[in-house]
Write a protein that binds this ligand. Sequence first.
Ligand code: GLY
Length: 253
Amino acid sequence: MNTNAVTVGLGARSYQVLVGGNLLGEAARHIAPFAKSRRLFVVSDTNVMRIHGERFLSALRADGFHVHDFTLPPGEASKSFAGLERVCGAFLDWRIERGDLVVAFGGGVIGDLAGFAAGVVKRGVDFIQIPTTMLAQVDSSVGGKTAINAAQGKNLIGLFYQPRLVLADTEVLNTLPRRELLAGFAEVVKYGLLGDAAFYDWLETHADAVLSGPGPERTHAIVTSVAAKADIVAQDERESGVRALLNLGHTFG
Ligand code: GLY
């Protein structure tokens, strides 16, 4: 199956978002250039690991990576100081070093939490995102926002810390509950509303195909959304202007 690449253009910190089928199966090949030590620290949740964990981790191990994995309960409660402490504690117990690679394997909660932990442990270890929800593929895994929640509100403690690579596998979305897929689709519609009338029109006639399976329509919707987001992030990485428009989708969704 074809793989599409979208570049997030941030100078020396630029990276690619790869979109396609079976990227999970091919992950070792894509990860290899970023895993200098060949030690990987995979952070995930119990739902994702139950469905994909064994196949994913054994494929990485078969390719010669030394893989540690840390699994959290699913849900927003993990995006907390306690969750951060657990993830950083696991990294340190495994003696993580700067040449190692953190892999955020899950939805938005895992991406935000693992990305933040990667950004602060040992003052920063490289990380990649393997988002497993449509919402994370088209929005939260791209652009380097990482955070945990505070008693005072959501996402108030965090970093802008860019991943080195994002792998958006269109097939992993097949196992999502319909409701979760629709939440991601609302984010896709956001990019149409934000000034791409042709894409908005296309979505009106292709929504069913995007939602029903990992065909070319789904790939097109994700690639177009990621390209729109990449463009905004390249203009305004730290949300001092145009990037604030992206918050529209969350309200709209
Ligand atoms: N999710 C909004 C942003 O990344 O800016």
